[in-house]
Design a protein around this ligand. Structure first.
Ligand code: K1U
Ligand code: ZN
Length: 167
């Protein structure tokens, strides 16, 4: 397996829209293994293929503390959602920035697994937030883009300052 480079906001490639996976192959499973390793190493609780510069609808998530509960969603679709909840979000493509966003509290998602089999997942809490955050990445949307223009320009300035200081 390999650790992949995670694109950093405001990289334009984070705004590209991912295409559905036509067939789940050994190459798809290799990419999923690399994405999981990259997510665990970061560390993070989720990663979308868009963040590693691959335009395919693939997400990995593991919200367990023991890193042994990997969820893989290929071509995910939200079938139903209910409620609203405010939760603080972070993003491996926007390091050091945590902001509260309002999203659906519970969702029902249909996706393919690593064998190409369709399954349905009922999610709530952090898992539901994480699935919605990662599905936004597949659509080319980064969580900070829900915030006001003022907040977004402050975030860009903070990231630029941090990058200048660490160059
Ligand atoms: O999409 C990403 O960049 C991953 C992101 C997922 C996420 C977290 C929280 C709310 C919504 C979406 C992260 O993993 S940010 C890092 C993080 O949350 C974390 C890092 C170390 C330990 C536990 C959590
Ligand atoms: Zn993210």
């Amino acid at each position: 397996m390999a650790i992949l480079k995670i694109l950093q906001y405001p990289d334009k490639r984070l705004h590209l829209v991912a295409k559905p996976v036509q067939s789940v192959t050994a190459a798809t499973r290799k990419l999923i293994g690399d994405m999981a390793e990259t997510m665990y190493a970061a560390p993070g609780v989720g990663l979308a293929a868009t963040q590693v510069d691959v335009r395919e609808q693939i997400i990995v998530i593991d919200i367990s503390e023991t890193h042994d509960d990997l969820l893989v969603l290929i071509n995910p679709e939200i079938l139903a959602s209910s409620g609203e909840v405010d939760r603080e979000e972070g993003c491996l493509s926007v390091p050091g920035i945590y902001e509260e966003l309002r999203r659906a509290e519970r969702i029902t998602v249909r996706a393919l697994d690593t064998q190409g089999e369709s399954f349905t997942l009922e999610a709530e809490g952090l898992l539901a937030t994480c699935v919605q955050h990662e599905m936004d990445h597949l659509k080319g949307k980064v969580f900070v883009e829900y915030l006001s223009q003022l907040k977004q320009s402050r975030i860009r300035a903070k990231l630029n300052k941090h990058r200048r200081e660490t160059m």
